[in-house]
Design a protein around this ligand. Structure first.
Ligand code: NAD
Ligand code: ZN
Ligand code: ZN
Length: 448
């Protein structure tokens, strides 16, 4: 938390990097700056806001208005909670501010469009890309939208990483300070580029997965180059890790090992027959995870993917170092990946890592010739078209990991369940007062 306050002071000193931006950033709540970004009608909406460390709440805020010609206003018909949102709630993502509206995955109906929007009309159903990108810069032209150079004004981001990445909805001022879609309405800047129109055949409960989970999990296996016959190990069996297991099999992996320490192991096995698993909390005393993997796959796996996240320290040293701010991420899972992978194999990181880490096993990386790949925030647009088709044709049914349905009014409680991984929650669909009737075969509403 102290890091967050320091980050804000530093940004003030460094100056906010507004040059060359393609859109107004840092409108993280329409009521900011005396309500100048709220609709003139005075209509109010419910929205989930960050109110302090470990404190997220449903608040009332003004309905957003069109601020720029390329904006669309979306009437949200479904949203969800992501593993990444838990990092925000914990305050481990820099430059989050009180009152910021969260949520980077949503589906809805176009309520209004600005005069420069050419591909969308009011009344059309859409899903967002969790990334806010301009569509024009050199990275966007290659569909590497998360690397967009024009949608994030955080100078701290640039100083910390060497150059700035693009914006993300509802994900702090470190990634543009955009209001998110865990709300009844949301403003989508550069709407032509950041929304995808949905066919009638795809209900909201499936479409929501196109905002993040499907592109991200798919990107992790594609970018690490998983091929026919490979052996693969994946750390974390949340929505991202579990779907990465699914894609690994689809790419022809011979064996896939999923690693976690809770009931998600059983859940994953029930969804993927061929999946092998390791519950790391049940390893024999003194037995390490890499040793277990070498026992299962002599020599190690071809590809390891880290899909849990850098805040989940296992041992005392890292817990302490994270707590006192001596590092921002644990290196434990990445070290495990390095040691579990065969010589000259590949390790990919798709779980979120924020900054510096200690005790990184650079020797294992160098000596054993491992290719260590930062998968980046997944560039949604890269595979969007293909994934839409795969959902439409049934190649993948993402609702296989949908376990709950909640009301927006209960979403703060859903954050707690997501954090504690309780009540068998893997992925939830959060309905609003604008939602359609529940799609057949998807979970019934649970009141919290
Ligand atoms: N790069 C991207 O574009 C992108 C996009 C979405 C999510 N993410 C990140 O990916 C990660 C996974 O997302 P999610 O929604 O599935 O999150 P999640 O929190 O639902 O799942 C993470 C899983 O990792 C498990 N885990 C924790 N510590 C572990 C360890 N030491 N070894 C193995 N497993 C461990 C947890 O028990 C949990 O089941 C998160 O860090 C999230 O922020 C990245
Ligand atoms: Zn997400
Ligand atoms: Zn761009």
């Amino acid at each position: 938390m102290a890091e967050n306050i320091a980050a804000k002071q530093l940004e003030t000193v460094l100056g906010h990097g507004n040059k060359d931006r393609a859109t107004y950033t840092d409108i993280s709540n329409p009521d900011r700056e005396g309500g100048r970004y709220a609709d003139e009608s005075g209509e109010k909406m419910k929205a989930l806001a960050w109110m302090g460390k470990n404190d997220v709440r449903v608040i009332e805020a003004g309905k957003p208005r069109i601020v720029e010609d390329h904006d669309a206003i979306i009437r949200v018909t479904g949203t969800t909670v992501c593993g990444s949102d838990v990092h925000l709630m914990h305050g481990v993502i820099l430059q989050i501010e009180k009152g910021d509206i969260l949520g980077h995955e949503f589906v809805g109906v176009v309520e209004a469009v600005g005069s420069a929007v050419t591909t969308l009309k009011p009344g059309e159903r859409v899903v967002n890309s969790f990334v806010v990108s301009c569509g024009q810069c050199r990275y966007c032209k290659q569909k590497l939208t998360t690397a967009c150079e024009k949608t994030n004004a955080s100078t701290l981001h640039e100083k910390l990483y060497g150059s700035r990445m693009g914006g993300i909805f509802g994900y702090s001022h470190f990634t543009g300070g955009y209001a998110g879609g865990q709300a009844e309405y949301v403003r989508v800047p550069l709407a032509d580029n950041n929304l995808m129109r949905l066919p009638h055949s795809i209900p909201d409960e499936k479409a929501i997965f196109l905002a993040d989970v499907l592109p991200t999990s798919y990107h992790s296996v594609d970018y690490t180059g998983i091929r026919e016959g490979d052996t693969v190990a994946i750390w974390g069996l949340g929505p991202i890790g579990l779907m990465a297991c699914y894609w690994a099999f689809l790419k022809g992996a011979k064996r896939v090992i999923g690693i976690d320490n809770n009931e998600r192991i059983e859940f994953a096995k029930s969804k993927l027959d061929k999946l092998e698993t390791i519950n790391f909390s049940t390893l024999a005393k003194g037995e390490t995870l890499p040793a277990k993997i070498h026992e299962m796959v002599p020599g190690g796996v071809d590809v390891s993917i880290e899909a849990s996240g850098g805040e989940y320290a296992k041992g005392f040293a890292h817990k302490l170092e994270l707590w006192v701010g001596a590092e921002q991420d644990t290196s434990e899972m990445i070290n495990e990946c390095l040691e579990s992978t065969r010589k000259f194999g590949t390790v990919g990181i798709i779980g979120d890592y924020a900054g510096f880490t200690n005790h990184f096993n650079v020797g294992a990386l160098m000596e054993r010739g491992i290719k260590l790949i930062g998968c980046g925030q997944a560039p949604t647009s890269l595979d969007w078209g293909d994934l839409l088709q795969m959902v439409e044709h049934g190649t993948v049914d993402p609702t296989m990991i949908l376990t709950h349905r909640f009301k927006l009014e209960d979403i703060a409680k859903a954050y707690r369940l997501q954090e504690k991984r309780e009540q068998g929650l893997v992925k939830c669909f959060v309905e609003t007062r604008f939602s359609s009737r529940r799609a057949e075969g998807t979970p019934e509403l649970t009141s919290l």
